[in-house]
Design a protein. Structure first.
Length: 312
């Protein structure tokens, strides 16, 4: 694939540059070049504003009989984009700038014109002083008077500011020192209070730890008579057992009712008994139990069952 822009041209071996014919163009020959506006300008014909950097297809020519230190000066012709009026400007190598000729006015030139005016006045003054020594003395007296007036005005302004301000720097410094001292004392007091609170908290914790340590040995060393071995069978306290029995007797009744019912029930001596005897025995038991209250009847039944089991 060939390059889009070929920079290196091919020269055959028999190429002779002296054989190339030279064009004889006039000195006022104009070239068409592409450039940008070097400064802001305004067209005199229609008042169109042309900003710096706007691109134009301009005609370029060399200015005849004008040069600066051997450098040629070029002139450019452009057209107004609104009314197509011709505008010309040329290069200014002395000031490294461009100079406006006709067709438009350059904008924002106040600073440049002021500087040019100052340079011109300075140059005229130097020329006068070279030829006239009295002019030098007059200029020096004028400069000294001007300096004295400037100093007097400056002093008046300082006095006026001092009258209006009335600032006491010593009082300001003293006030600043007092504020710093108060702040330092406040910080010290806060630190002391914090230290006291920390000490009281540590002391209270120590007292709590000491009290806990005194109670723990009493809990760990009970009465040696109540100590039990790890392999012993746990025994119930007789007092708690008695209380449970009493509560049971109050609600249900005693289980050992053999002494009360001994006269009511007769033991059987023979193992084999007739069905009639069994029926009579059960009737007598029911009759005897029916006359008793409900809790006593329950206990009597339990006692009879125990008697039958003993007889068997």
């Amino acid at each position: 694939m060939s390059e889009r822009k070929v920079l290196n041209k091919y020269y055959p071996p028999d190429f002779d540059p002296t054989k190339i014919p030279k064009l004889r163009l006039p000195k006022e020959w104009q070239y068409v070049v592409r450039l940008m506006a070097p400064f802001n300008m305004r067209c005199r014909t229609c008042g169109e504003y042309i900003y710096k950097g706007k691109k134009f297809n301009a005609r370029k020519e060399t200015v005849q009989n004008e040069s600066y230190l051997g450098l040629p000066i070029f002139r450019f012709y452009i057209k107004c984009p609104h009314c197509l009026a011709e505008i010309t400007f040329k290069t200014d190598p002395q000031n490294t700038d461009y100079a406006m000729e006709h067709g438009a006015t350059r904008n924002f030139q106040a600073q440049k014109l002021l500087e040019e005016e100052e340079k011109r006045m300075q140059k005229e003054r130097e020329e006068e002083e070279l030829n006239n020594p009295m002019k030098v003395l007059e200029n020096r007296t004028k400069d000294s008077k001007l300096e004295m007036e400037i100093l007097e005005n400056l002093q008046e302004l300082k006095e006026l500011n001092q009258r209006q301000a009335n600032v006491d720097f010593e009082a300001m410094l003293q006030q600043h020192k007092e504020v710093e001292e108060k702040q330092r004392r406040k910080e010290q007091e806060e630190d002391e209070q914090e230290m006291k609170a920390m000490l009281e908290q540590a002391q209270s914790r120590r007292l709590l730890v000491d009290s806990d340590s005194n109670e723990e040995p009493a809990k760990r060393c009970p009465n040696p008579t109540t100590q039990t071995k790890p392999m012993d069978i746990p025994q119930e306290d007789p007092q708690s057992k008695r209380l449970r029995m009493e509560s049971w007797e109050c609600s249900v009744g005693k289980l050992s009712t053999r002494a009360r019912l001994a006269g009511l029930v007769a033991r059987r001596k023979e193992k084999a008994a007739s069905a009639l005897d069994k029926g009579m025995g059960t009737r007598s038991i029911t009759a005897s139990t029916s006359s008793l209250p409900a809790p006593a009847a329950a206990t009597s039944l339990l006692g009879l069952l125990g008697a039958y089991s003993d007889s068997d």
